[in-house]
Design a protein around this ligand. Structure first.
Ligand SMILES: Cc1ncc(COP(=O)(O)O)c(C=O)c1O
Length: 307
């Protein structure tokens, strides 16, 4: 018998491209588009509620990641968070140590990372591509070889691939980067809410979070920046977000992202188990209906969502 999830109305399957906005996240945003419209940087009473909402949202995102609130920088989405991480960290490291001018990343990264690396290449950096195996996995031994000159500023490897779902051995890779004196960034856009992500356990310096992959709106994201990590802003201007991301904060969408993070924290790990079961059901149904014509692209076990 057909599983109820596979019967009836069309089923949206492209959650890696984007998710709908969760009603709780929408509700969290609305007051900051209406009554509490003030600029959080203003020096008068209208700033109070938006400022408190930003602080609350920052705490919510930090709690999901096991970080401190001061380590969360709100951005205008995932591409911007990746650009801030890759460009901002590489330039800051090289400014402090001109010998560190290598960036290491696999060719399977999201264009937001790859194109940021292209920009660095044009500014004198060496961009070293990391090989991946047939499942799209990076071997920590290959990273060890890539960083052995001790001239690497930054290593960037996504937690989970946006097309195949293949999960990388992030804790191992981050340890290799750290031993070489390089910073480590992971784009966790696809992993957050599909798996529990803890920045301390992973040992990463920078981690990208994307609102519209986790039931918050498009156009909002966050970058985790471990305390003490050298970073240069990529958008010059006012001193918002500790001087690392200029621009009047999108309080409403930050509030939505915060709520989405809180909801994810409440629902994990059960939500991951449920998602993995649905994924396995889809695969089994496809294999049963199209025998010999279904090929899994990605790692058979180390893939999102993980139980
Ligand atoms: C892994 C990954 N990184 C970054 C992004 C970019 O995020 P945004 O669309 O918010 O710029 C996406 C979304 O497509 C993604 O899947």
């Amino acid at each position: 018998m057909t599983h109820p999830a596979l019967a009836g109305a069309p089923v949206y399957l492209d959650y890696n491209a984007t998710t709908p906005v969760d009603p709780e996240a929408l509700e969290a945003a609305l007051p900051y588009l209406t009554a509490h419209f003030g600029n959080p940087s203003s020096g008068h009473a209208y700033a109070r509620a938006p400022r408190a909402a930003l602080d609350h949202a920052r705490r919510q995102v930090a709690e999901l990641l096991g970080a401190e609130p001061a380590e969360v920088i709100f951005t205008g989405g995932g591409s911007e968070a990746d650009a801030l991480a890759v460009r901002g960290a590489a330039l800051a490291v090289r400014a402090g140590d001109p010998g560190r001018r290598r960036v290491v990343t696999p060719a399977t990264e999201h264009p937001a990372v790859l194109r940021s690396c292209d920009g660095l290449r044009a500014e004198g950096f060496i961009v070293t591509p990391l090989p991946v195996d047939g499942h799209g996995r990076v071997d920590p031994g290959d990273l060890r070889a890539a960083v052995r000159e001790g001239d690497t500023a930054l290593v960037s490897v996504a937690y989970g691939n946006s097309e195949t779902g293949t999960i990388q051995p992030i804790a191992e890779l981050a340890a290799v980067a750290r031993q070489s004196g390089a910073l480590f960034h992971t784009d966790a856009a696809q992993a957050v809410v599909k798996v529990a992500v803890d920045v301390a356990a992973l040992g990463v310096d920078l981690l990208t979070v994307v609102g519209h992959k986790m039931y918050a709106p498009k156009g909002v994201g966050a970058l985790y920046v471990r305390a003490g990590t050298p970073l240069r802003p990529v958008i010059p201007g006012g001193g918002q977000e500790r001087g690392l991301r200029a621009g009047t904060e999108n309080v409403a969408f930050a509030a939505a992202l915060g709520q989405a993070a809180e909801t994810a924290r409440r629902e994990l790990p059960g939500s991951a188990v449920r998602l993995a079961a649905l994924r396995d059901l889809l695969q089994a149904e496809l294999e049963a209906r199209l025998p010999g014509r279904v090929r899994l692209n990605g790692h058979p076990d180390e893939r999102l969502p993980a139980r």
